[in-house]
Design a protein around this ligand. Structure first.
Ligand SMILES: Cc1ncc(COP(=O)(O)O)c(C=O)c1O
Length: 436
């Protein structure tokens, strides 16, 4: 066992200095109200959309922040496939694919994903985060002289991959086609370039203008890299994402997705031209040097992808739940951010205030919503990120809307005097920008 903190501090002075600096960092988070408190719970319990709080009270509350958007983690086909694979193949995958081989279930999953996205090849990773980080890191470092043009609101996993690639990067303003064009225009004509963006920005709930972004990228010979994490399974007539819903799949080069949101399991993937997928497979550390997805998780992913290719009812139910919640918010006077997708964030600026509203929702209204702080969103644009699912009823939506409206009214009342002019958190319609 490693020595406890106290013993380390009593050792070499350099160790004590290092610990002090870490502790100062944690104190700074506490002072800013950004220290991470995780609610301990069982999910779902006794079934979606409920969770049981593990504080000894046995309290069951309504969960509004799960990314299991379609309830697929509980779908009988998915549970059955995972249980069968678990019984037949055990818990672990036995190692990296390099050493332990590719489990046939993982290969089947890759074939299914490539076919779903009408792409030549697919590669599965242990998470959506790793899919982005490993792929962009590898492509950016292998393409000689490459420049990566990245939307300023791209997810941390893309930012990490881009930074780690050491490729030159250019950040374009969120969804700003003219800015992207300007940056592309300024590049020497023959340098390889990748334009990276998302289909749904999950902290704001807005969409990327995929067709237009692809058109600009094509004009300048750029590869495109699209993150469909929050749309995978949940958009498009077979669940292939927003690109499928818009009919632009053939305009994209690489598409990344997660198996942990709409598909309800775990894992991530990229699909694209065989040369690119084979390059990532052959060079990306985040693919090569880590144990592969366990067979039961691959089986769950495969069952979920297959089910959602043939069934629209989950996507329709998700859209219905979103509409019901928007209507309940409108009746109660809660103004969500101008989201276009199923995700409905409500601004509550100030880390402490946002956390206090979430805590009171939990304690007084038996509703669980996690506050979102910097660096997931810019400072001053803290929010409650609310994700309706098919399991939420109109009564759940009404209770959330009424409870939230009451708390936001109180919060606005107590904030008056040092008010920033928001009613339920709207900062004059304009958000500060996150640093990328
Ligand atoms: C846009 C985006 N990309 C990638 C990821 C990582 O996906 P995963 O949770 O599968 O690691 C997330 C996580 O929520 C995300 O929001």
């Amino acid at each position: 066992m490693s020595p406890p903190t106290g013993a380390l501090r009593g050792g070499h002075p350099a160790l004590a200095t290092a610990l002090d600096s870490l502790e100062q960092g944690l104190d700074a988070l506490r002072e800013e109200g950004r220290y991470r408190h995780f609610v301990e719970l069982e999910r779902p319990a006794p079934g979606a959309p409920f969770v049981r709080i593990a504080d000894g009270s046995g309290r069951v509350v309504v969960d509004w922040c799960s990314n299991d958007y379609l309830g697929m983690s509980l779908h009988p086909d998915v549970v059955e496939a995972a249980s069968r694979a678990l019984a037949e193949h055990g818990v672990g995958s036995g190692g990296t694919r390099n050493i332990a081989g590719s489990h046939v279930l993982v290969r089947e999953l890759e074939d299914e994903l490539a076919d779903l996205h009408s792409q030549e090849a697919a590669l599965v990773f242990t998470s959506g985060f790793i899919a982005n980080d490993a792929s962009l890191r590898a492509l950016g470092s292998l393409l000689e002289g490459c420049v990566i043009l990245s939307d300023e609101r791209n997810h941390a996993s893309m930012i990490d991959g881009i930074r780690g690639s050491r490729a030159e990067r250019a950040i374009f303003r969120h969804n700003d086609l003219e800015h992207l064009r300007e940056l592309l225009e300024a590049l020497p004509p023959m340098v390889p370039r990748i334009v990276a963006f998302e289909s749904i920005y999950s902290m704001d709930g807005d969409f990327g203008p995929l067709r237009e972004l692809c058109a600009v990228a094509a004009e300048y010979g750029a590869l495109t890299y699209l993150d469909e994490t929050h749309a995978a399974g949940a958009y498009g007539h077979e669940g292939a994402g927003v690109a499928q819903a818009l009919g632009v799949t053939d305009m994209l080069t690489v598409v990344q997705g997660s198996l942990a949101k709409g598909y309800g399991g775990l894992g991530g993937f990229i699909v694209g031209p065989a040369t690119i997928i084979d390059t990532v497979r052959s060079h990306a550390s985040g693919f090569i040097f880590t144990t592969s997805l366990p067979p039961a998780i691959a089986a769950a992913g495969l069952a979920s992808v297959r089910h959602l290719r043939g069934s629209d009812s989950e996507r329709e139910a998700l859209a219905r739940s979103g509409r019901t919640l928007r209507e309940a918010f409108a009746r109660a006077g809660v103004i969500p951010m101008p989201s276009e997708s199923h995700i409905l964030p409500v601004l509550v600026p100030g880390a402490e205030r946002c956390r206090a509203v979430a805590q009171r929702l939990l304690n007084e209204h038996a509703i669980y919503v996690q506050p979102i702080n910097y660096p997931s969103v810019p400072r001053g644009a803290e929010r409650l990120r609310i994700a309706p699912t098919p399991a939420h009823t109109p009564a759940h939506a009404e209770a959330l809307a009424q409870g939230l409206a009451a708390l936001l009214r109180e919060d606005a009342g107590s904030a008056n005097g040092h008010s920033n002019g928001h009613s339920n958190g709207h900062v004059n319609g304009r958000l500060p920008r996150a640093a990328t």
